[in-house]
Design a binder for this molecule. Sequence first.
Ligand SMILES: [Mg+2]
Length: 186
Amino acid sequence: MNIGIDLDGTVADNLELLVETLNQHCGKRLVGDEIRQYDLCKTYCISEEEFIELMETKEEEIIVQSPVVPMAREYIEKLAGQGWQIHIITARHPRYHEITRKWLERNDIPFCGLHLLNSHNKLQTCQNLGVKMMVEDNIHNAYQLKAGGIPTILYEAPHNRYWSWQGTRCKTWKEIYQTIETKLDK
Ligand SMILES: [Mg+2]
């Protein structure tokens, strides 16, 4: 049975590095906790083109240097140990497949599928895999997945904290694990 797990912001803690990169680029001094929306272009008042250009030079570094979200490894290991098939489903571009795989292996995060979609539209992939639960921090992805019939846990982040969510919202990986245990039968 398959579980889908988003990567950035859910397993790889990239927010502070992203904010630091954008602060340097834009001459601002925000901290991660002040980010109130997923779209950083709006927060920093830059165009999508400018953001993409910046990420072309900085994204690889951010991917490699991001720490693991606290206790994500431990609870993903537990889920895998109980027979769940872990699929990492991310909007990262496929050109980062190799460094992403290495990051997961270096950090001992078990997975049986790694899907880099270059798109925030994860619905089709989740449907194709028949995922029983998706764990996601992007509120817009979560809305789309839920509307498409994929049970979704929203992992809390500063950028989704003030957005309404009619579903399970978890602040820790322990809560995510307990929710999966409670709601799903293998
Ligand atoms: Mg994410």
